[in-house]
Design a protein around this ligand. Sequence first.
Ligand code: M6P
Ligand code: ZN
Length: 198
Amino acid sequence: MEDTPITAELTLPGGTLSRFTGHTVRTLSDMRGYYADTAAYEALLAQGDRVLYEVYEVARPALPGELSHGTTILYPGQVGEEYVMTKGHYHAIRETSEVYYCLLGEGMMVMEKPDGATSVQAMCAGTVLYVPPRWAHRTVNTGQQPLVTFWVYPAVAGHDYASIQERGFRKIVVERGGGPAISDNARFQQGSAGSGEG
Ligand code: M6P
Ligand code: ZN
């Protein structure tokens, strides 16, 4: 395990890191079941699979005190009325938080807690957003250019995708009259999500 300091260059507008341990590319086909308009999703996919977002991560060992960090480049677009978004997740260890710094673009962070609390916060270049412990979080690109964020979270946190994959978030971000609007997710179903530790 590397325990010496690490320096990397974050290049804009691309949002790439010159040093990273992982590079994840998520395409439309990776997002089956995530978008509200399934017909629009299938129609778009029939035209061809395409990259929706990329993640460059400096993943650190899952030890107390370690911080994983990296960038996400979320490309612009829509699936039906719904703007392109990340999968979204709880942290497997619920009592962990995350800081986002928006470097480029326009978007929203959709957040919720198992008790029903929701929060949707706008992001643009310069926005610093703190996601407290126990809040599931998803980034949405509501703009015309890539949404680039830098983020940091405790390396022990882990990702819990299951509950979001099954039910989605309570709120979705859709285009209405040429701009973004927050809407109730008709497909959201109450369940026992978010109750466990990873
Ligand atoms: C964030 C970080 C990453 C995460 C990425 C993409 O910036 O929390 O750890 O992988 O977003 O989000 P997701 O994994 O939910 O698709
Ligand atoms: Zn997270």
